[in-house]
Design a protein around this ligand. Structure first.
Ligand code: THU
Length: 137
């Protein structure tokens, strides 16, 4: 699947967003190294801090199914009622969750470029000089 196709899947994942507060809907599709896809959307909460981002929903679903090896994640976000065609980059907490399970130089993050194309960044580019599991060994 191309990066653009994966981004279209993230738009489908976004349809499941639960966003009664921000009305900002995000979808993420996480691909395992063997090509399986896990879909996630953001899930908000009346206690705002309990909100779960789309990226973490996808990760936690996959981790809980026993997956541990990932290659890419595509993210599509934007206000409810409009196409998610601007760039929606992952928040800091989600980048750190990715860091727990992914190789920073190898794991790729796919975003809309705000037109009809994609931006591809490695986790290393989005979270340089990071703290990870090896630091606790
Ligand atoms: N959000 C995500 O799900 N992922 C991101 O990458 C950025 C922000 C969600 C959290 C909240 O439900 C809404 O977008 C507004 O912050």
């Amino acid at each position: 699947m191309t990066n653009l196709e994966l981004l279209k899947e993230a738009e489908k994942a976004r349809l499941k967003a639960y966003t009664p507060y921000s009305h900002f809907q995000v979808g993420a599709v996480l691909e395992t190294r063997d090509g399986k896809l896990y879909y996630g959307a953001n899930i908000e909460n009346a206690s705002y801090g309990a909100t779960n981002c789309a990226e973490r929903t996808a990760f936690f679903k996959a981790i809980n199914e026993g997956e541990r090896e990932f290659s890419r994640i595509a993210i599509a976000g934007g206000p409810e009622g409009s196409r998610p065609d601007s760039t929606c980059a992952p928040c800091g907490i989600c980048r750190q969750v990715m860091r727990e399970f992914c190789q920073p130089e190898e794991f790729m993050i796919i975003l809309s470029d705000g037109k009809n194309g994609v931006i591809e960044k490695s986790l290393e580019e989005l979270l340089p000089l990071s703290f990870g599991p090896e630091n606790l060994k």
